[in-house]
Unconditional design. Sequence first.
Length: 246
Amino acid sequence: MPKLKGKVALVTGASRGIGAAIAKRLSADGANVAITYAKDAAAADVVVKAIEANGCKAIAIQADAADAAAISSAVEKAVATLGPLDILVNNAGTAIPKKFEDTTLEELDRVININVRGVFVTTQAALKHMNDKGRIINIGSSVGERMMTPGLVPYSATKGAVKMFTQGLSREVGNRGITVNNVQPGPIDTDLNPAAGDWATPQIAATALGRYGHVDEVAALVAFVASPESSYITGANLTVDGGTNA
Ligand code: NDP
């Protein structure tokens, strides 16, 4: 039987990139999956079709991670459609690469509101509907632990916040058997961080493996953390970065 048969997952920011790969992988392992997205309904629909092709139920919900009311209503809609949650993947996130001194207040607010406030609000809403022995999986970043890339100062600070949020929350929900972990990707080829171009060259050089990672390599780690096999892992920061932080 597939490892996640009958489980219900919510993956935020899953119309493209790492989130889409996670949503598809969780359904390949048997989970019914709700996804959120910001703008691209057509891309979200493609992910829904892929989940259904794995024999699972799916729903896509438009909800900007910076909009607390939209997030809360997305969680309610996911639960009303698929049932109480077993797995929450806080994946929605953004970066605005720029010299820190040139970053505007609006840009600072955007990065903080999506990467930190959005994770807080989504998790609060989800915990009301999460089954015992649930899994909360945050997508942080290798730069939340070690910082080698100029131009990502507020972004790395938000991912450091995700790291400590993970560790702190694990202490509060362990009595329900809920685990909270932080998956920290290194450079992964997506629209946010394309593997081609000037920006990519120093990131490749910083890896031990000499290449960008693939979205499926992150999804594989998330699938393990979501599975019953990871039951004694909580409050952990799990890096999938090709050796960037080695
Ligand atoms: P992409 O930009 O490629 O994809 C982002 C996804 O999130 C899309 O589905 C997008 O939906 C959705 N999204 C964007 N903004 C919002 C928002 N405000 N509210 C809700 N959904 C939103 O990003 P990645 O896949 O590269 O990144 C995913 C996560 O992984 C992020 O948290 C990122 O910080 C983290 N990460 C990425 C790394 C990388 O190298 N790629 C490295 C380390 C961490 P839509 O299509 O509708 O815009």
